[in-house]
Design a protein around this ligand. Structure first.
Ligand SMILES: NC(=O)C1=CN([C@@H]2O[C@H](COP(=O)(O)OP(=O)(O)OC[C@H]3O[C@@H](n4cnc5c(N)ncnc54)[C@H](O)[C@@H]3O)[C@@H](O)[C@H]2O)[C@H](O)CC1
Ligand code: K
Length: 526
């Protein structure tokens, strides 16, 4: 997918001028629409039931004005906004926006750092496209607090303190500031090239003619939406994720950071989860997960992913769907770096569970459970997509097993490539499996990657026994192979009906229980 064209700071300022001259808009109107779209992006990220308290940090310019407007809408949507607005201009428009908030009893605070600890979400409306140079007082401390914030941040038009053309600053208080989400006003600014979170475009007020004149794209707004979600770097996701046709494909890659930004086909999304255990890789988790717009990233019950799939297929099971859904509800918007153990004392019974290597991810309309347990050793974690949406499953009539034994580079088929990457074919112990559903063709592909010749994983640990034919069958690929053996099926291009798949999955569970043999590995991940 081509990236949307960006609008540099000079062009953005000229566009504003034009809108307010020949365009016949007043600044109040533009700001109202800009602020309204900020509030819509906030709602899309997390509704007030989940994150009622929103701290809105407003700067001295129009970016701050967008924040003031957004707060008013958020109030009416049911949020409880708190304002931080340290450098107020005497300008009449700002006075009115402030008065409107005061009439709603929206509090203003002088203590940003303190308020940031008590809120559920922060909106960064400090600087937009007119920011330049070093951050001046009183904002360095605020920017630093944003960079260190434990709660997610939605940035308006630009992550404040980022260079509009060159992105994240090399030093200064905003050096490590990477907000979770961004809402670009009218068009993305060049800095989005370095942005990795969820990304919306709002400010639905320009004509096609103006867009052509200034060389940017009007995103495909749907219905009465004020925002369109696009890829972090401006890919036009909106076109392929319209509400009528949610994305159905998913696989996840634990290793390849590029693959997440690769648009494989209209309906194929690759979620990159990277390694999630411990805190060791917190930054890359955050980067890679936000890079693919993950809304939820939760380590949950290891059994869930396998059993969720079983549930979809109506396999008899003891799936603890309750816990699963519960956890998802509670942590609907959670920072990947958050430690669950301390996050919510109300879910003690899931703590043990959360130590396991499964990740639940809500990606747009589909809930995915991704099992990150290692197949061969505890130091490498592969990802499998074990759950696809129920609608997808319903749309699937044909099932097949494909064994991939070659290097993925030799396979031009993008689906196979992604699946291979998912199962670790490219990076290490070459065995694993992925379920890749393709409602267009009606196939559900169980892709198995096995390369018996490969004996070393990236950590340098030699895998000296073949786990597929060894005494102790390991992991999912092993259990699948055994199940196929038992059923006398070929391990390549085996085509089956739904019942066949159900049989295979049940058998996989019985020949090599996926969850019990992982207990002794937990400690390795602590
Ligand atoms: N076309 C649209 O989509 C619209 C976007 N809007 C929003 O307006 C901002 C741009 O507003 P502008 O007033 O030009 O500037 P900023 O708010 O980005 O910031 C200027 C403000 O900040 C001060 N400042 C600049 N650099 C620094 C620094 N290094 N340290 C401290 N302070 C700094 C400067 O002095 C000014 O006071 C755009 O991004 C959108 O969010 C409009 O609302 C409507 C149309
Ligand atoms: K901002």
């Amino acid at each position: 997918m081509a990236a949307m064209r960006t609008l540099g700071p000079k062009a953005a300022a000229a566009l504003d001028e034009e809108l307010m001259s020949t365009g016949a808009y007043s600044i109040d109107q533009l700001m109202e629409l800009a602020g309204l779209s900020v509030s819509h992006a906030m709602y899309a990220l997390s509704p007030p039931q989940k994150t009622p308290n929103i701290l809105v940090a407003c700067g001295p310019g129009n970016n701050g004005g967008d924040g003031l407007v957004a707060a008013r809408h958020l109030y009416h949507f049911g949020y409880k906004p708190t304002m931080y607005f340290p450098k107020q201009t005497k300008n009449e428009l700002y006075q009115r926006l402030r008065t409107q908030l005061e009439h709603l009893k929206v509090p203003f605070t002088d203590d940003f750092v303190g308020a940031a600890k008590k809120t559920d979400y922060i909106i960064d409306a400090i600087f937009g496209f007119s920011f330049s140079g070093e951050v001046r007082e009183p904002f360095p401390a605020v920017i630093k607090a944003l960079a260190e914030s434990k709660v997610p941040v939605l940035a308006v038009d630009a992550p404040s303190s980022w260079n509009i053309d060159e992105g994240s600053p090399k030093d200064g208080p905003g050096k490590d500031y990477n907000p979770d989400a961004l809402v670009s006003m009218t068009a993305p600014k060049p800095l989005v090239k370095w942005f990795k979170g969820r990304h919306f475009v709002g400010g639905r007020f320009v004509s096609q003619k103006i867009a052509e004149k200034y060389g940017f794209d009007v995103p495909p707004y749907q219905g009465c939406d004020q925002v369109v979600e696009i890829g972090s770097r401006g890919e036009r996701l909106g076109e392929i994720t319209s509400k009528t046709q949610p994305r159905h494909f998913a696989t996840c890659s634990t290793y390849n950071p590029q693959i997440c930004s690769m648009e494989l086909s209209d309906n194929f999304a690759v979620l990159n989860c990277d390694e999630v255990e411990g805190e060791q890789d917190a930054q890359s988790q955050r980067t890679s997960t936000s890079a693919c717009n993950l809304q939820v990233m939760i380590r949950a019950h290891a059994e869930v992913s396998n059993l969720a799939f079983a549930r979809i297929l109506k396999l008899p099971s003891e799936i603890r769907v309750q816990i699963y859904e519960d956890v998802v509800q509670r942590h609907a918007i959670i920072r990947p770096t958050t430690r669950f153990e301390t996050e919510d004392s109300a879910v003690p019974q899931t703590c043990r569970v959360l130590r396991r290597q499964t990740l639940a991810v809500r990606y747009r309309n589909t809930l995915f459970a991704i099992d990150l347990r290692s197949i061969s050793n505890a130091r490498s974690a592969w990802g499998w997509t074990n759950a696809v949406s129920e609608e997808t499953i319903a749309a699937i009539g044909k099932f097949r097993i494909t064994t991939i034994t070659e290097c993925p580079c030799a396979k031009k088929d993008v689906v196979a490539e992604a699946a291979l990457d998912t199962v670790g074919g490219m990076h290490g112990v070459r065995q694993g499996y992925a379920i890749v559903a393709d409602p267009r063709s009606g196939w559900l592909n169980l892709m198995v990657s096995i390369d018996r010749s490969y004996s070393e994983d990236p950590c340098g640990v030699t895998v000296d026994q073949c786990e597929l034919c060894g005494d102790r069958p390991m992991g999912i690929a092993g259990s699948l192979m055994r199940a196929l053996d038992v059923l006398g099926l070929e391990d390549d291009e085996t085509v089956m009906d739904r019942q066949g798949l159900v049989d295979i999955l049940s058998l996989m569970q019985s020949v090599s229980p996926w969850t019990t043999d992982m207990d002794d590995r937990d400690d390795d991940f602590e």
